[in-house]
Design a protein around this ligand. Structure first.
Ligand SMILES: [Zn+2]
Length: 155
């Protein structure tokens, strides 16, 4: 299992330019009014204490499929991506939708998940050899949070 959020280079570009990558419209800086999460460190925000940047993001695509863009947050200050070999604990508390994608990014199936069930649900989806990778979404807000691959790139 290999869990990744937004490309750190993209997050840094947004912090610097305060423009949405590929779209160019303004990103919004605000004091966190909700828990997020931050799509780079995949941790939740401390409400009223941490600044965050809101911008439109389109997850990287496979095979030319169109992936819908959506709003995401990152910390205003630089932060670090977590260990990709572990599922981030802060995401477990959220209502999760695991979206299993096959060749060309086609959505094959989805599964609601959360808490201590996440690793088992991910393993079960990857039992299907047609599944190439998963997107993790907030099942209530619908927004993209992370991508899960079977293993590290090149492994
Ligand atoms: Zn962060």
């Amino acid at each position: 299992m290999w869990v990744t959020g937004v490309d750190p280079a993209v997050a840094d570009e947004v912090r610097q330019t305060l423009k949405a990558p590929g779209y160019g419209h303004p990103a919004v800086v605000e004091l966190a009014r909700g828990t997020g999460p931050c799509r780079q460190c995949l941790g939740t925000f401390r409400v009223g204490q941490e600044e965050r940047v809101l911008f439109t993001y389109r997850p990287r695509e496979e095979g030319g499929t169109v992936t819908a863009p959506g709003p995401i947050f990152v910390h205003r200050d630089r932060c670090q991506a977590p260990d990709p070999a572990r599922f981030p604990d802060d995401l477990r508390a959220l209502p999760l939708l695991l979206e299993a994608r096959g060749d060309g990014g086609v959505v094959l199936t989805t599964s609601h998940s959360g808490g201590s069930r996440v690793e088992g649900d991910i393993a079960r989806l990857f039992e299907d050899a047609q599944v190439r990778y998963l997107f993790v979404r907030n099942s209530e807000a619908g927004c993209w949070m992370a991508r899960v691959d079977r293993a590290a790139p090149g492994a």
